[in-house]
Design a protein around this ligand. Structure first.
Ligand code: ADP
Ligand code: C5P
Ligand code: MG
Length: 211
């Protein structure tokens, strides 16, 4: 870390397919690596390795209880205290953590916390200094998700649609959208909103005394 100040913690949330991960990638690519780390809430899905693949398929991945937020909060606290943490690695194709793999995250000046339900958990929300909600219309999000989940997460059109109607959409309406009111910044359209992304990058650079 540049100095021993507490890191700036930036939360980036929004519905599935809104463009959160793409926004984070753009931010990270524009900040020196030694200054920024990311904790994706998806990496903190609870370990499911004790369940069969069939049971893991039946799990609801769009409920707050499916995340190990306790571990995520502990990792944020450790990083704030200058300690490194071992971030879990999640595999969407097998629906569980890779138990033999972690990524070491060192304490840095900026920590991004990214995920669908980071505002719903009050304890987690209270640790975020800047809260950004990536706001993209529902029809665009489902179209993006179908394409992404088939290309990158080993799914079929039917499985994405069934999951969307049974758990993803109801959860969005219950646990994600209502928490938009806690956001400091609303970022429309996600990944390619260069103006909004540049404003966040400028804020981070000024925090780091890079401009
Ligand atoms: P999230 O992490 O919020 O679920 P992603 O960042 O994975 O969303 O984006 C979902 C898909 O949409 C990805 O394939 C990504 O490349 C694409 N995408 C993201 N933002 C945009 C955008 N503004 N315009 C078009 N496609 C986008
Ligand atoms: O990147 P994104 O915000 O889309 O990631 C969260 C989504 O990942 C959730 O809506 C959840 O349905 C999905 N997911 C999944 N299978 C898993 C874990 C998460 O489809 N095993
Ligand atoms: Mg994502």
């Amino acid at each position: 870390m540049k100095n021993n100040k507490r890191p700036l913690i930036i939360g980036i949330t929004g519905g599935t397919g809104s463009g959160k991960s793409t926004v984070c990638k753009s931010i990270i690519e524009n900040i020196p690596e030694e200054n920024i780390s990311i904790l994706e809430q998806d990496a903190y899905y609870k370990d499911q390795s004790h369940l069969s693949f069939e049971d893991r398929l039946k799990t609801n991945y769009d409920h707050p209880l499916s995340f190990d937020n306790k571990l995520l909060i502990q990792h944020i606290e450790d990083l704030c205290e200058g300690k490194s943490v071992e971030k879990p690695v999640y595999d969407y194709e097998i629906h569980t953590r890779k138990l033999d793999e972690t990524i070491t995250i060192a304490p840095k000046d900026i920590i991004i916390v990214e995920g669908i339900m980071i505002l719903e958990d009050e304890e987690l929300r209270n640790r975020l200094d800047i809260k950004i909600y990536v706001d993209t219309e529902d029809d665009i999000r489902i179209l993006r998700r179908i394409q992404r989940d088939i290309k990158e997460r080993g799914r079929t059109v039917d499985s994405v649609i069934d999951q969307y109607l049974s758990t993803v959409k109801p959860a969005h309406d219950q646990f994600i959208e209502p928490y938009k009111k806690y956001a400091d910044i609303i970022m429309p359209e996600g990944g390619h909103n260069q103006v909004a992304i540049d404003i966040v990058i400028s804020k981070i650079r000024s925090q780091l005394n890079l401009i």
